[in-house]
Design a protein around this ligand. Structure first.
Ligand SMILES: O=c1ccn([C@@H]2O[C@H](COP(=O)(O)O)[C@@H](O)[C@H]2O)c(=O)[nH]1
Length: 242
């Protein structure tokens, strides 16, 4: 679970959320694949498809394909295999699709051996608060619900979860060191706007809390100078680690 595809490598995953492919690739060209990975999500994949992923691979980036599959086991496991065929570094499903579905996805990737992508599951979206959970009929706290979904993910044999950094310390102690914690909702000290994110943390605090990978979008992609924003975050991290 831990020893393939360059883990840990760069801890920052830049979320490429653009309506324009040329803009996304221009940004990628201004970044350094040795300093970050990139994430392709629903917007860009729906517009530009697998070709965008190939173009990023050609530029030397490892790609997290963030399509959050949520369907019956047969469909979801086939989708995960398609992602593996594309050669992505990481792919995800929704943990709320259930343990049987997640286990089917994990099993489907067995035949790829060490070439398989990391397979993780989304717990509770970082844009959701306790009130949002109540709105969909879930009365437990975000922490308790994340903990429940992460335990299911672990039992299904996946590599880790997407959660907020606010749950990282809890999950690290519950699921151990090898369970990958991928945390969006990261807001560096220089980025004032939380936007639609509810459960946020700074990069340094997130790493201290136990995050393995920090997913960062707008604070980098919408910055006047994206490479400088990325470097500023890395400097924050390095300073805190000294
Ligand atoms: O719970 C989740 C799961 C995925 N995301 C994705 O991460 C990035 C975050 O972008 P920011 O601009 O830094 O807010 C975005 O692509 C989301 O789709 C998430 O935010 N939360």
């Amino acid at each position: 679970m831990f020893d393939h595809k360059g883990e840990l490598g760069p801890r920052i995953i830049v979320a490429l959320d653009f309506a324009d492919q040329a803009q996304a690739l221009a940004l990628a060209d201004s970044l350094d694949p040795s300093l970050c990975r990139v994430k392709v999500g629903k917007e860009m994949f729906t517009r530009f498809g697998p070709d965008l992923v190939r173009q990023l691979h050609n530029r030397g980036f490892e790609v997290f394909l963030d399509l959050k599959f949520h369907d019956i086991p047969n469909t979801t496991s086939a989708a995960v295999a398609a992602a593996a065929d594309l050669g992505v570094w990481m792919v995800n499903v929704h943990a709320s699709g259930g343990e049987t579905m997640m286990a089917a996805c994990r099993e489907r990737l067995e035949s790829y051996g060490d070439d398989r992508p990391l397979l993780i599951a989304v717990t509770v979206l970082t844009s959701m608060s306790a009130d949002d959970l109540k709105g969909i009929g879930i009365s437990e706290s975000p922490e308790a619900h994340v903990s429940r979904l992460a335990a299911m993910t672990y039992n299904a044999g996946l590599d880790g979860v997407v959660c907020s950094a606010q749950e990282a310390t809890m999950l690290r102690s519950e699921q151990g060191e090898r369970f990958r914690l991928v945390t969006p909702g990261i807001r560096p000290t220089f980025a004032a706007a939380a936007g639609d994110q509810q459960r946020i943390m700074t990069p340094v605090d997130a790493l201290h809390a136990g995050s393995d990978y920090l997913v960062i979008g707008r604070p980098i992609t919408q910055a006047d100078k994206p490479l400088e924003a990325l470097e500023a975050i890395q400097a924050e991290i390095q300073l805190a680690e000294e």
